[in-house]
Design a protein around this ligand. Structure first.
Ligand SMILES: Cc1cc2nc3c(=O)[nH]c(=O)nc-3n(C[C@H](O)[C@H](O)[C@H](O)COP(=O)(O)OP(=O)(O)OC[C@H]3O[C@@H](n4cnc5c(N)ncnc54)[C@H](O)[C@@H]3O)c2cc1C
Length: 460
């Protein structure tokens, strides 16, 4: 059995001191959860308002999903754009999708203003498709993206794909036929089951390292208005008409607003004094899925890539509660390991375990052998096919993802009491949506009136 050993946490400063809340305090905004959502929310609230901000985490900075993800920067939802448009209408779906894509600019803003120099790569990433259903699913999404005025994804279909003659005429102009080999080359595989590819802007970063560096910047730049406490679990929030009393165990905080950036598994009791009850049992709103990943190192002789592979048996072509076999996502990036910068890290994820009760997840749970084997079988079949090579998975890690009922992040004010706000629910892909949500929360706190969005909190 291997342990939960993440390449992202490995790169964090081990000598950084953490501070616990040791007194009662009063502030303007308390942000609960110091992953990418909480850290970027702190960044934009401090930047766009003059409010005092306290960021707290029950454990350590970026040690939740942010420290256990695949680190791909990508703007897709694990739910097709066409189905989001069906639920919310095309204009609102387009605005939401565009907002997440524009979060690339917000990431650049954070990076530049904080004066960071950590590696962040940006390139065109690819997905390999193997069935006509997967291809039609993405053609339909592309069709709706075009109608909505969004950039379309590049879809290539092998000219010898058996279903090629049957592609619907309405999708003309949304794909090109190419030699099969061109697709396999893009996907860096010889596995001929992949007969189409989908390409779009992607990137990669260590989002935990990003959090560490941004928090360091905020502590210096906003020393008068920003505090950060770790090992400070929030157990209860009592909402009043104009503020909240926050129970942090031995101490309490009074704040004008509380923003939950807890990925959904808050374990926080919320009492709305004098108002409607709030269903704060987030596992009723958000279910948990454990994602497993393995990573190995090799000489840095190839550029960064991000490729998702949807094998024939994979049913997960979109957000699907009952998803069957996994799809796999592989990233290759430059990685600094034991003081050397000339290695590539190949990280692969895919296998997942759905939890009925997310509170049973333990980040220190061992990494099951059968998952190592599942990932290794995939790698040997698809990417690193030398039968004589024994791959040493230096890193094996797992993390908890919060899925909302409709697969879309929750961003904004609690309808029953706007003192409480949310930027949570990773839904598989959470880095850019968290950053987008951070800016939106900051705008709301700055007093801007924003129109309805796909991220609004439903009444329950
Ligand atoms: C295996 C895996 C692969 C992924 N791959 C990608 C990817 O490639 N690209 C992508 O965009 N996204 C990916 N994600 C999702 C992405 O990592 C998350 O969406 C994102 O990191 C979530 O950030 P967050 O800040 O919302 O949550 P987290 O990082 O989980 O942070 C929440 C924080 O809240 C704290 N907290 C919770 N409850 C309390 C409380 N009561 N009191 C105080 N603190 C509390 C936790 O300790 C935690 O630090 C992946 C996730 C996993 C697990």
């Amino acid at each position: 059995m291997k342990r939960n050993h993440s390449p992202w946490l490995y790169q964090l400063r081990q000598d950084r001191e953490s501070t616990k809340l040791t007194k009662d305090i009063e502030t303007d905004v308390v942000i609960v959860g110091a992953g990418i959502a909480g850290v970027s929310t702190a960044f934009f609230v401090l930047k766009h308002t003059d409010k005092r901000v306290v960021l707290v985490d029950r454990f350590k900075l970026a040690h939740g999903a942010t420290g256990h993800n695949a680190g791909q920067i990508t703007s897709y939802f694990e739910r097709g754009f066409a189905s989001i448009a069906e639920e919310f209408g095309l204009p609102m779906a387009a605005e939401g999708q565009q907002g997440v894509e524009d979060a690339w600019g917000l990431l650049d803003e954070m990076y530049t203003e904080a004066g960071l120099n950590i590696p962040v790569s940006r390139f065109v990433g690819h997905a390999g498709l193997s069935t006509v259903e997967q291809v039609n699913f993405h053609l339909k999404n592309n069709h709706m993206r075009k109608r909505a005025g969004l950039n379309i994804e590049t879809i290539r279909i092998a000219e010898d794909a058996p279903f090629a003659p049957e592609i619907s005429g309405q999708y003309a102009g949304l794909y090109t036929f190419v030699p099969h080999k061109e697709i396999l080359d893009l996907l860096e595989t010889e596995s001929t089951e992949y007969i189409a590819s989908l390409s779009y802007q992607k990137g990669c970063a260590n989002s935990a390292l990003l959090c560490q560096e941004v928090v360091g910047f905020l502590m210096t730049k906003y020393a008068e208005r920003f505090s950060f406490y770790e090992h400070t679990p929030i157990e209860k929030v009592i909402l009043k008409p104009t503020g909240a009393l926050i129970d942090a165990g031995d101490h309490e905080m009074m704040a004008g607003h509380v923003v939950l950036c807890t990925n959904g598994f808050a374990g926080v009791t919320i009492i709305n004094e004098g108002g409607l009850g709030i269903n704060a049992k987030f596992h009723h709103l958000v279910h948990g899925t454990v994602g497993y990943m393995s990573g190995y190192l090799e000489t840095m002789n190839k550029p960064p890539i991000a490729v998702s592979y949807f094998p024939q048996l994979s049913t997960m072509i979109e957000y699907d509660e009952e998803s069957g076999d996994p799809y796999y996502y592989l990233t290759r990036r430059q990685y600094e390991y034991e003081g050397t910068r000339d290695v590539n890290l190949i990280s692969i994820g895919g296998p997942e375990l759905r939890l009925e009760d997310a509170s049973v997840y333990g980040s220190d749970a061992e990494y099951p052998d059968d998952i190592i084997n599942t990932i290794d079988t995939f790698v040997k079949k698809t990417y690193d096919t030398d039968p004589n090579k024994k791959i040493d998975y230096v890193f094996t890690w797992h993390g908890l993802m919060g899925y909302t009922r409709n697969g879309i992040r929750l961003i904004g004010c609690e309808p029953a009491n706007p003192v409480l706000m949310y930027n949570l629910g990773c839904n598989g892909v959470g880095i850019l949506p968290s950053i987008y949500g951070a800016k939106r929360v900051a705008q709301l706190l700055a007093g801007e009136v924003l129109g309805p969005s796909i991220f609004d909190i439903p009444q329950v």
